[in-house]
Design a protein. Structure first.
Length: 77
């Protein structure tokens, strides 16, 4: 269950995941823009790009704020 988890870059406000369950061996794609949430897609609802400069970093945190994963640079494209 991803309730309370967040994803952010170094400089922007974090996207807080809604109550969302990822089943074992499954994945979810988080899109920067808008769209219809479903079992494999979540949307941040932003009107402009969030990722993209070479020094950027995506940071995934659990509900208590602990960093679970991070990815940076060209791996974000």
């Amino acid at each position: 269950l991803l309730t309370g988890w967040t994803i952010s870059d170094r400089n922007s406000a974090a996207y807080r995941f809604p109550a969302f369950l990822i089943r074992p061996e499954s994945s979810v794609t988080v899109y920067t823009g808008s769209g219809e949430v479903n079992a494999t897609s979540l949307y941040m609802g932003r009107s402009g790009p969030l990722w993209g400069n070479s020094g950027d970093e995506a940071i995934l945190r659990d509900g208590s704020g602990t960093i679970i994963d991070r990815i940076s640079g060209e791996d974000l494209s």
